[in-house]
Design a protein around this ligand. Structure first.
Ligand SMILES: [Zn+2]
Length: 846
């Protein structure tokens, strides 16, 4: 045994003693909490310090890493007795739900699980500061109250859901603030530069992503969420600095699956919060503005998974700085903001501890009911596999949300077709899937698959339609009985690889039917493989191939020699798709590969506009698509820097939703037209379409009836002018479209609609629609008559949103302008739109 020198032993003892002292945030950080912003790394350091100093009460876990490499943390805080059996508590909690394979009877005396999520929006910065104080007071030996609460609760703290966004804000703020913060709201430190700190690295709003999990942070977090399923979840936010604090109970509409207990407990928490706010004379409001409907928020998602989810909002985000003078002339400081959040955190834990037994019992009852009498119109769903990868993406969505599903067998059923609304026979095979509604996750399943969502009130904060079959474009049937005898699985469909005459192949054929086809194209284009596409369907080797099929011939790729075959098979494997190799370029039906109906494709050099005026969310969707989904290089350009020389470097230019000042500049407008005329392809998204229309590019917005003026024979009811003052917020409802689903008819002989059948379901979020092109343009996606299929839309708009163009292509000289009036990449979860956008980028004009 090695002898340790006495002095070292002494040192170890001293440092051990030092470790045993939990430091307050002020002691650890070296400044008073709230006097300045704490960068994320120091929040992490503080959490580690607490976890090391109080190992009997705190367990720290890194559950992930952000896009920019910052750690994502959870802290489990509870009494020493609970922490010693933390895994047992977790297992028991899962047994309450029936999700786990362990069917032994659960103990309903389990402590309640309370999960507190901070700083999902990066520039709502006070909440991560509050997280440190909350953590400290839970373990602070002098605080005897919290020790009592922790006997009945396990508190899970996520100190910062969105570290990249937070640091974007904090690093910026710290770089512009002087020795003392300036509280004048018009000064520089109160106006963040583009894109702001709200969203994550790719400018996604993580508080719209809980159910879809398109983002790295969410994907990693929900793995842990599935393991814990808390009874109470609080999502911390900030709103405009003049607003008083907001806490539960939430505003209408509530989704109909929310239970009486979930409503009641929000009021219990709200009243407890109110007690502390009243003591301090702090203003607050409840039951207004923040509703419980769209399933992908930090309050609704936990509700649809059996917990009580709530949003708490402090005033002060972004423009609050570190101190700001508000409307009342008072100075709101960072300390005020974080202390309010700290107070509601303590109050929530207290109320949860006092109601722990009831919370756990109600949680069990929620899941018992889900398994035995699930809500909703259907008892089971049959989803037909597509030829492409959408079924795989749906399987991944179900797996991520712990929704149970089964692989179908050869069988027949009767069901209602989502797309036609009609009942009829449905045949299944082993590529299709069946989902039974009687399962632990019945409520989330119902919400995601409901054909139409019932709104208890039509003023909502977000979109009102998200029905998964429309979002994915997958033919789905609702059944009125459960399907027995199938085995649950989580194994996703495998690609179908067919190789005909592989040894002596002269060409390889790849079907164009989904994002995975685009991933394949991206890889081979970057490997300098020459590729063509077929404008017309054809038949080769006894197989039918549709429009848009990619064709790679050996003749066009001589320079790659024998490596061509392996480049193709590696790219196909990476993309998870199959291909067909054929021995002759003579096709049995259709045009041969040498025909002019088979088009050569060039790898486009792509530009994407960003910066002031551009919507960060829209630009981020496009960036995320290129960077992470198809891995294709994209040149991001400040919109204000755009000029002739930059345009010369590009084949495709993408204008995300936004406001483009350069269109008002005659010279720049002409330069852009000249670039298109000489072969450029301009893709305009959402409001960019409207601006090109206003700049007389050739597409015309359909005027609403209001704009047309009253027709002489159109007698107005004079009494309808008499509006009641108290109804003023409601008066905009007839002209309101919070986001609903419309059926779009496609001309799928145009490359913009390759890979689709004749319909596409679009998320319509506004009232804009365009006139049909008469000449010089192609009406590729149109709404005929009133083709709204799901969601809420105001009565005035219902009349306007018909017989118009949403997706069109205008030919201009050698080039094209592609107009996409709705967002096909919406929050990256609108899976069926991704091919439409890909067609605009890779197919149109080739
Ligand atoms: Zn927020």
């Amino acid at each position: 045994m090695t002898k340790i020198p006495a002095c070292l032993v002494l040192l170890l003892v001293i440092s051990g003693l030092a470790l045993a002292q939990v430091k307050s945030p002020d002691q650890f950080l070296g400044y008073k909490l709230g006097s300045r912003y704490t960068p994320h790394f120091n929040i992490v350091n503080y959490c580690r310090q607490v976890a090391e100093a109080a190992p009997d009460m705190v367990k720290l876990e890194q559950y992930g890493t952000t896009n920019e490499g910052r750690p994502l943390l959870l802290l489990y805080v509870t009494s020493p007795a609970n922490l010693a059996r933390l895994e047992e508590i977790r297992q028991n909690n899962l047994r309450l739900t029936g999700i786990t394979a362990d069917k032994t009877a659960p103990d309903d005396k389990n402590p309640a699980i309370v999960w507190l999520s901070y700083n999902v929006h990066g520039n709502e910065t006070s909440s991560s500061e509050a997280a440190m104080l909350t953590l400290y007071e839970l373990v602070n030996p002098a605080n005897t109250k919290t020790k009592e609460w922790l006997q009945h609760t396990v508190v899970i703290i996520d100190p910062c859901i969105n570290p990249d966004g937070r640091d974007r804000y904090v690093n910026w703020f710290n770089s512009v603030v002087g020795v003392n913060p300036n509280p004048q709201p018009f000064t520089r430190e109160h106006a963040e530069p583009w894109p702001g700190g709200r969203a994550n690295h790719y400018y996604f709003d993580l508080n719209r992503d809980w159910a879809w999990q398109t983002q790295l942070e969410t994907q990693q977090r929900i793995v842990k969420y599935n393991m814990w399923l808390p009874q109470v979840h609080v999502d911390y936010h900030e709103q405009l600095y003049n607003n008083p604090y907001y806490f539960a109970p939430a505003a209408e509409p509530y989704h109909e699956v929310i239970t009486p207990w979930q409503r009641e407990f929000q009021t219990i928490i709200g009243k407890n919060n109110a007690h502390y706010f009243d003591q301090n004379g702090w203003l607050f409001f409840t039951k207004e503005r923040f509703d419980l409907f769209y399933p992908s928020y930090g309050d609704t998602y936990p509700l649809y998974r059996g917990g009580v989810g709530m949003t708490f909002e402090q005033g002060g985000h972004s423009r609050g700085g570190a101190a700001v003078i508000n409307r009342d002339g008072d100075t709101l400081t960072l300390w005020d903001r974080l202390y309010h959040h700290f107070t509601t955190g303590m109050s929530t834990i207290e109320a949860s501890a006092q109601n722990a037994t009831k919370l756990v019992q109600e949680f069990k009852r929620y899941y018992d009911k889900a398994r035995t009498s699930p809500p909703g119109e259907f008892k089971a769903y049959v989803i037909k596999a597509d030829e492409g990868c959408k079924i795989v993406r749906l399987q991944q969505l179900l797996n991520r949300n712990n929704i149970e599903w089964c692989r179908a067998v050869n069988a027949s059923y009767t069901g209602i077709n989502y797309f036609t609304g009609k009942s009829g026979p449905v045949k299944t095979d082993s590529l299709d899937i069946v989902i039974n509604a009687n399962q632990p996750n019945a409520n989330l399943l119902k919400v995601l698959f409901e054909r139409n969502s019932h709104l208890s009130d039509s003023v909502t904060y977000d979109i009102t339609a998200w029905s998964v079959p429309f979002v994915y474009g997958l033919t789905t049937y609702g059944l009125s009985t459960y399907v027995a005898g199938l085995t649950k699985t989580t194994e996703i469909n495998k690609p179908q690889i067919k190789t005909l005459n592989g040894e002596h192949s002269v060409a390889w054929l790849i079907r164009w039917n989904g994002l995975n086809s685009v991933q394949f194209l991206s890889t081979i284009m970057q490997k300098k493989v020459k590729v063509r596409y077929a404008e017309q369907p054809f038949k080769a080797g006894n197989e039918d191939f549709d429009k848009g099929t990619l064709i790679i011939t050996r003749t066009s790729n001589q320079s790659l020699g024998e490596s061509l075959g392996s480049i193709i098979s590696n790219a196909a494997q990476k993309a998870g798709i199959g291909y067909t190799a054929v021995a002759s370029s003579f096709v049995d039906k259709g045009f041969d590969f040498g025909s002019e109906k088979v088009h050569g494709m060039q790898a486009p050099k792509i530009g994407l506009l960003a910066g002031d005026g551009v919507s960060p969310l829209s630009m981020g969707e496009v960036w995320h698509y290129f960077d992470t989904q198809i891995n294709y290089p994209v040149n991001i350009i400040w919109a204000n820097d755009l000029n002739k020389n930059i345009l010369r470097e590009l084949d495709v230019l993408i204008m995300p939703d936004g406001n483009y000042r350069f269109l008002a500049d005659r010279m720049m407008n002409d330069a852009l037209r000249d670039w298109v005329s000489s072969g450029g392809r301009l893709i305009a998204l959402e409001s960019a379409v409207g601006q090109l229309s206003a700049a007389d590019w050739g597409i015309k917005m359909k005027k609403s009836d209001d704009d047309k003026g009253d027709k002489p024979d159109d007698k107005k009811d004079d009494y309808s002018m008499l509006r009641r003052y108290e109804n003023r917020e409601r008066d905009f409802i007839p002209g309101f479209n919070p986001g609903s689903i419309y059926k779009v008819e496609l001309d799928n002989s145009h490359p913009l609609a390759f890979g689709y059948d004749e319909t596409y379901y679009t998320l319509k979020q506004d009232n804009t629609i365009y006139e049909f092109f008469k000449d010089m343009g192609w009406n590729v996606g149109v709404i005929r008559k009133d083709n709204q299929v799901a969601g809420f839309v105001g009565s005035k708009l219902k009349d306007q949103l018909k017989d118009g163009l949403l997706f069109g292509v205008q030919e201009m000289g050698q080039g094209e302008v592609i107009y996409l009036a709705d967002d096909p990449l919406f929050r990256s979860f609108w899976e069926n739109g991704k091919l439409l956008f890909s067609n605009a980028v890779f197919m149109v004009g080739q």
